[in-house]
Design a protein around this ligand. Structure first.
Ligand SMILES: Cc1ncc(COP(=O)(O)O)c(C=O)c1O
Length: 415
């Protein structure tokens, strides 16, 4: 086997001259936040919102501090709170579920489909009660949830659908972009995501009445006023037509400027990643004992956030943890790039909602309630799945081949 120089892998995030230019523009603009003053130019935040809305062909986009706040604001805009239940998948990053807890509603976990890793629509109906107000499908790793089935269940039971698109920027279901199928789509722009500003988020919607509430929710109940009314030094975000109690969830001008640049480069990066992933699919299909994440036929345009391989543990006796450790040792790639699938939410050590006072004691759910939940497929995912970061697919073919060589030798016990 060749020895590839360790650390010579593609870094993430990718920045370029255009990124530096964007940041410098903000630096010298005297406007570092939308809560700063009008300087005669549209804020970066507004420019990014317009760009991201256009990208999705929707009328409204609201940038937020992160996806957790986007999810939280979505539920607040839809008047979901104490006494309400929200259906969420049992396999996701914990934030999908803690966002529900943040609005004092009750998350109801539902198992995943073991092939796509996304919420199993057939199990959603069993979880619906008189209190259910919404479903949050998560488009996880590199697959979209079955939006046809989810939307028809939502219509039957009059539920809102909030898509968690933290991992699925640009993916499409039957030609429609992730985030545009439900009532609201929520995105993460945290460091690892395919579009990133280090931390950051955004939500999109087609519905003006929802947007009006969202707009006030993210800047302490204040709203943006028409630019024709503005003079130099004026505030653009003002206590105008207050409709709902807000908090501060504003994205900074630096983050927004970076996101404009990131969106500009996204399509090119995604195309390259997808081509490399097709090659990797072909190579990995030759190894017995592994399965790749399934995509529904309507999810033709995909975005690889995490590339998953599922191990048949009767054939491959190593655990995902052992495979990751060996791969890290051989390639020099750290745990950011190579790791096992998330633990199921109720088994995730960082999921501990009982440590906060949110509900009266008579209805608060205890540690043993959460830890005793059982979801076969969500639990097995952690025991059977190895996950690679999307930036691996931005490497050249020589690096990809070396990665595959290392992986193959570990999986086939030669290494
Ligand atoms: C599926 C999912 N939902 C929500 C989030 C939360 O995003 P953020 O860190 O931007 O709040 C993440 C972040 O990793 C995620 O992967």
């Amino acid at each position: 086997m060749k020895t590839m120089k360790k650390w010579n892998w593609k870094q993430w995030p990718v920045s370029q001259e255009s990124t530096r230019h964007q940041i410098e523009q903000v630096l010298h603009s005297n406007r570092w936040a939308i809560t700063g003053y009008w300087t005669g130019q549209n804020s970066m935040e507004q420019q990014f919102a317009e760009k991201f809305a256009d990208f999705h062909q929707v009328d409204y986009c609201l940038p937020t501090t992160n996806c957790t706040s986007a999810l939280q604001l979505s539920m607040e805009a839809l008047d979901i709170g104490y006494g309400d239940e929200v259906i969420v998948p049992a396999l996701t990053w914990v934030a999908t579920v803690t966002a529900v807890l943040n609005v004092n509603a009750t998350p109801i976990l539902v198992d995943i489909d073991p092939h796509t890793y996304c919420i199993d629509p057939q199990k959603i109906e069993h979880a619906i009660t008189d209190r259910t107000k919404a479903v949050i499908p998560v488009h996880l790793y590199s697959s979209m949830a079955n939006m046809d089935d989810i939307l028809s269940i939502a219509q039957k039971y009059d539920l809102f659908v909030i898509e968690d698109c933290a991992q699925s920027h640009g993916a499409e279901w039957d030609g429609q972009k992730a985030g545009t199928l439900g009532d609201i789509g929520c995105f993460s722009m945290q460091h690892g995501k395919v579009i990133t500003s280090g931390e950051g988020g955004a939500l999109i919607t087609k519905r003006a009445e929802i947007y009006k509430r969202l707009d006030r929710l993210r800047a302490d109940s204040r709203a943006r006023i028409q630019k024709t009314d503005l003079r130099f030094g004026d505030m653009e975000i003002v206590p105008n037509e207050v409709v709902i109690q807000g908090n501060n969830h504003c994205l900074s001008e630096f983050q927004s400027a970076i996101l404009i640049d990131q969106v500009n480069h996204f399509e090119e990066q995604n195309k390259y990643r997808n081509e490399q992933a097709l090659y990797v699919n072909e190579q990995l299909q030759k190894i017995s004992g592994i399965c790749l994440q399934t995509k529904y036929p309507k999810n033709k345009t995909i975005t690889i956030y995490s590339y998953c391989i599922k191990l048949d543990r009767d054939i491959i006796q190593k655990t995902p943890q052992e495979i990751c450790a060996a791969l890290i040792e051989k390639t020099g790639l750290g745990t950011f790039f190579v790791h096992p699938s998330y633990p199921a939410v109720h088994q995730n050590p960082i999921f501990c909602p009982w440590t906060k006072k949110r509900y009266p004691p008579e209805i608060a759910k205890t540690e043993s309630y959460w830890r005793n939940l059982q979801f076969e497929h969500a639990e097995r995912a952690h025991e059977e799945t190895v996950v690679f970061h999307h930036s691996l697919f931005l490497n050249d073919r020589e690096h990809i081949d070396y990665f595959l060589e290392c992986l193959t030798s570990i999986l086939t016990d030669a290494g």
